[in-house]
Design a binder for this molecule. Sequence first.
Ligand code: ADP
Length: 312
Amino acid sequence: MSQFSLLEASQLSRYFGSQAAVDNVSFTVNKGEVVGFLGPNGAGKSTTMRMLTGNLAPDHGQIRINGIDLLDNPRQAKAHIGYLPETPPLYKELTVKEFLQFCARLNGIDKKQRQTAVDTAIERCGLGQVAKRLIGNLSKGYQQRVGIAQAIIHSPAVVILDEPTSGLDPIQIREIRQLIRDIANEHSVILSTHILPEVQMLCDRVQIISQGQLVFNDSLDKLSQNMLASTLIVEFAQALSPAILSQLTGVEHVDALSTTRYRLHYLPEQNPTQQLLQHAVSENWQLTTLMPEQHSLEDVFMKLIQKEDIDV
Ligand code: ADP
């Protein structure tokens, strides 16, 4: 492997009663990566994150953080993880500074280094102006910054953020996304979201989870390619074998919608329309319909999730 995996999850499963909230999920996170964990509500994102951060025991599987087994050596492994849960664990009656000092102590930061760690986190998260204010009096956006500050205070290798922009207004969302970008310069990040554009804006790699299972795990480029992968609907006056259509250059596969109507899947740079028209004329295919279809990221997402529904 060329890149060093900071986090390795293998065959993770977690059941609630008989329901598998997370079902045999494996993945790695490399140094410097921002991984988006994407899925609809109830897909299993929080359950996975709680397991990765040592807050929930898996029923099966293994987690290694920076090479350390989380289940065997939770204290050492957790020192390399920062976690912002969906509901941040903030003490609202403390000031920002007091709370972060408390978090620094909780994370076992040496007394001598504590102040520097607190000051650095305050600076990195843009909390300088509100450091002396009570957390309970801050806006939701600023409270979220405090949540992120506590996640990075011990300079963990991996920062795990569960739905970090949920419940914020559009301006706060923009600011928190910018903060996540800054954080990503120094830490590997896993962030969960159900918002597709958020993944496009922030992530190098995308993992899509649906009903507890990973249905996609690849680069953002690959997802975009999938998005751009286009289809043509073609129809003929008489039956035509799909095998003939699949021989057209660039056609990846053919869905038979009926004996005369087909969907041709092709890569964007290899649109087979011209070749199809030439063959239709020279071989008298009696083409009656030729209709391009384009997929949005939303379609790709739905397709990946629906495939899972059908498999279940
Ligand atoms: P997501 O974060 O993607 O919205 P979750 O991980 O919270 O999804 O939930 C996955 C599934 O597990 C859901 O069906 C949810 O109802 C169930 N679940 C999560 N936590 C519990 C729990 N503590 N007890 C019972 N069921 C749970």
